[in-house]
Design a protein around this ligand. Structure first.
Ligand code: KG4
Ligand code: ZN
Length: 339
């Protein structure tokens, strides 16, 4: 069946998602069932609860995606599924569902790296990805700075040595008593705040390394809150949030720009949940423009986890001749370039 239709399936964390993509670029449906309200009372994702909900939701969500796209499973050309990185119990649900459908409907199966999926979200908006380029993937689990010399090839220039950028947002938001996920909450709180009010540390900014470190910033932010509490001083919340957010944005942007210059690329790409942050997008856009670089980032709803991006990445892998067999398994710590 040469329909060009991909069924994408994504269950790596707390979103059960399925999508139908045409030609790797056009979204026919994109269903995301979020478990955020379930995990919110625990202040973060509880792996066992996440996988149990994936089991309940995965087939209804797939059915909904097919229905919204008005296609039958028989019309699908290839099934693409995230097999890592992520929570192993969550990944397994999507992988098992994809294998079952591929077997039952006799369709080719392609395992997709979740991080690669985030990058391909940029393909779903008519934007043209033009390697060689430098890409920054910033999410709850990852902060990866990548050189993409050719489509499908990844060279890791730097990554976080401790917390991911999104994780730092989530942890500080949690201490502030804000619900999970913390990134959008801190962004909202930062509105109208003075980003220069509190001088938070910038990890690993000196020197040549493209690696990141956010644990020092997180500790400084938590110490600031504790001290204020001990002294019974009120925390200037907007200033605190704006300064904290800016410390992350500043480091991410400086390293991204330094990498773009060092490797002489004309295009830079943002991807992952933190790329939904408006202040971040605007700042990178200004810095990229000042250096004559083209910047791409996905629309907000395609920055956070979804299956459309998995369908896109899977389709291009399929076109490149890649196939997975029924031995496909979840790989919790899968790295780009490993597969
Ligand atoms: O890509 P994603 O949906 O899931 C992972 O693969 O991790 O990213 C989720 C992360 C969370 O840490 C969340 O706090 C962060 O992205 N995030 C944001 C924003 N929206 C989501 N961080 C900062 N500003 C935002 N607007
Ligand atoms: Zn993600």
């Amino acid at each position: 069946m040469k329909s060009g239709l991909t069924l994408g399936i994504e269950t790596s964390c707390d979103e059960t998602a399925a999508a139908v993509i045409k030609g790797g670029r056009e979204i026919l449906s994109n269903v995301v069932l979020s478990q955020i309200d379930i995990h919110q009372k625990y202040g973060g994702v509880v792996p066992e609860i996440a996988s149990r909900h994936h089991i309940e939701a995965v087939f209804p969500v797939i059915q909904e995606a097919l229905q919204q796209a008005q296609v039958g499973l028989d019309e699908i050309e290839v099934i693409a599924v995230t097999y890592g990185p992520g929570l192993v119990g969550s990944l397994l649900v999507g992988v098992a569902a994809a294998k079952a459908l591929a077997f039952a409907a006799d369709k080719p199966l392609v395992g997709v790296n979740h991080i690669e999926g985030h990058i391909y979200a940029n393909f779903l908006t008519g934007q043209e990805i033009k390697p060689p380029l430098v890409c920054l993937t910033v999410s709850g689990g990852h902060t990866d700075l990548l050189l993409i010399p050719r489509l499908g090839e990844y060279e890791i220039l730097g990554r976080t040595r401790d917390d991911a950028a999104g994780e730092a947002f989530d942890k500080v938001a949690r201490v502030l008593g804000l619900p999970y996920p913390g990134g959008p909450q801190i962004e909202r709180l930062a509105q109208g705040g003075n980003k220069e009010a509190i001088a938070f540390p910038r990890g690993l900014l000196d020197g040549e390394s493209f690696d990141f470190s956010f644990s020092g910033l997180k500790t400084a932010a938590l110490n600031y809150l504790n001290e204020a509490k001990q002294k019974r001083q009120e925390v200037p919340l907007a200033d605190f949030a704006a300064s904290f957010q800016w410390a992350i944005i500043d480091v991410l942007t400086q390293k991204l720009m330094a990498a773009a210059q060092a490797y002489g690329v004309d295009q830079v790409i943002l991807s992952g949940g933190v790329a939904a942050n408006k202040t971040f997008r605007e700042h990178v856009a200004a810095e990229a423009a000042a250096r004559g670089k083209e910047l791409l980032y996905p629309p907000v709803h395609l920055c956070t986890d979804n299956a459309a991006m998995i369908g896109s990445a899977g389709y291009f892998r399929y076109l490149a001749g890649q196939r997975s067999d029924y031995s496909l398994n979840a790989v919790a710590n899968l790295r780009l370039g490993d597969d």
